[in-house]
Design a protein around this ligand. Structure first.
Ligand code: ATP
Ligand code: MG
Ligand code: FE
Length: 347
């Protein structure tokens, strides 16, 4: 099926078009720069930016899809429309949902409301070399940190754990601010960590003792780590000593990476699933990729990392997931649904 997907759960306006598992276009407009001065995504700014970006993004996605297929593709060619209904920022979600409903009604096509987190997993299907199932999936972004066990993308996705406070990307953003770096913090910390010693400071690894992972719980906690970094730098400053930014950045990053990789591989072992799929914007972190690949290889676990434009928020993954649901014979959504900012991954 030819499906257009709309993603507006956070600060990316994503429009993607797929034909089954074939990616035809993936247009992304981000309002990230507008949030920079606030140090994080401002919901109302994101919602207004979606409203302005949607129409041109749809036009561009159609043009790109036409170029990919070598023939004109218009809205009339679509078999279905898909949209993220949650989780995410309510006001931002509503803009995408409104647009998707308008398109579906205007074109008289089925509308599929899909789960953003499951969409992140579906992104991998569009790489032409999808992971086999079951797989463990680790989703790390500015808004979520989730460890999932996926037996079937359309019917069996289980949440093994998620963050109880800050998301991993949020921790990068907050620590960057503590160190006087700009937003978004991930790339800034990566730059600052060059030449730093990751073992210089032993920052806490939240919830990662074996007992924390017992009873099949894989929740994450990053706010204690953030506080530890703040304390450590404050003490340095109070003592009149210079803060070794490179060492702090490298040590902080190592703590985040260590926790993420340790839990993901522990889950692979516990559920006897030798596959790990990564997703979310924090995957841009080179150290995270390196450590994941090295430790997974050692453990005999196969790692899949889709290209970054499919890892960060995008509409193609939403269209791709809807295409899977259609092929699996699942009914379209009624037009009554709204935005569900806390939609659980099992729905
Ligand atoms: P959502 O949570 O809904 O997926 P988001 O917009 O918050 O949305 P992404 O766009 O996927 O998430 O990712 C942005 C986050 O990724 C930011 O927190 C940013 O700091 C982080 N990030 C980007 N590059 C890096 C990097 N190299 N290292 C660590 N974190 C990074
Ligand atoms: Mg984003
Ligand atoms: Fe996301």
């Amino acid at each position: 099926p030819l499906v257009l997907g709309i993603e507006t759960s956070c600060d990316e306006t994503g429009i993607g078009i797929v034909r089954g598992r074939r990616l035809l276009s993936n247009t992304i407009a981000s309002s990230m720069d507008e949030h920079a001065r606030y140090g994080g995504v401002v919901p109302e700014i994101a919602a207004r930016a979606h409203l302005e970006a949607l129409q041109p993004a749809i036009a561009r996605a159609l043009a790109d899809a036409s170029a990919t297929e070598g023939r004109q593709i218009t809205l009339a060619d679509l078999d279905a429309v898909a949209v993220t209904s949650g989780p995410g920022l309510a006001g931002a979600l509503m803009v995408g949902i409104g647009a998707a409903k308008a398109l579906a009604v205007g074109l008289d096509r089925p509308l599929y409301a899909v789960n953003h987190l499951v969409g992140h997993i579906a992104a991998d299907l569009l790489t032409g070399d999808a992971v086999a199932y079951p797989t463990v999936a680790l989703l790390v972004s500015g808004g979520h940190t989730s460890l999932l066990l996926v037996r079937d993308l359309t019917s069996d996705v289980q949440m093994l754990g998620e963050t109880v406070d800050d998301a991993a990307g949020e921790a990068f953003d907050k620590v960057a601010r503590i160190l006087g770096l700009t937003y978004p913090g991930g790339p800034e910390i990566d730059r600052a960590a060059v030449g730093g010693d990751p073992t210089a400071i032993r920052f806490p690894r939240g919830l990662s003792r074996a007992s924390d992972m017992a009873e099949h719980r894989y929740d994450f906690s990053f706010s204690g780590l953030k506080t530890a970094v703040a304390r450590w730098t404050e003490q340095r400053e109070a003592a009149g000593e210079p803060v070794p930014i490179a060492d702090v950045a490298a040590s902080f990053r190592e703590a985040v990476v260590d926790v993420l990789v340790t839990k993901a591989l522990d889950a692979c072992a516990r559920y006897d699933v030798p596959r790990l799929l990564l997703g979310g914007g924090v995957i841009a972190n080179r150290r995270l990729r390196e450590v994941t690949v090295a430790r997974a290889t050692e453990a005999g676990v196969e790692v899949r990392i889709p290209p970054l434009n499919l890892c960060t928020d995008n509409g193609a993954m939403i269209a791709g997931l809807a295409a899977e649901l259609i092929v699996a014979g699942r009914p379209a959504s009624s037009l009554q649904f709204g935005a569900d900012s806390t939609l659980p991954v099992t729905e």
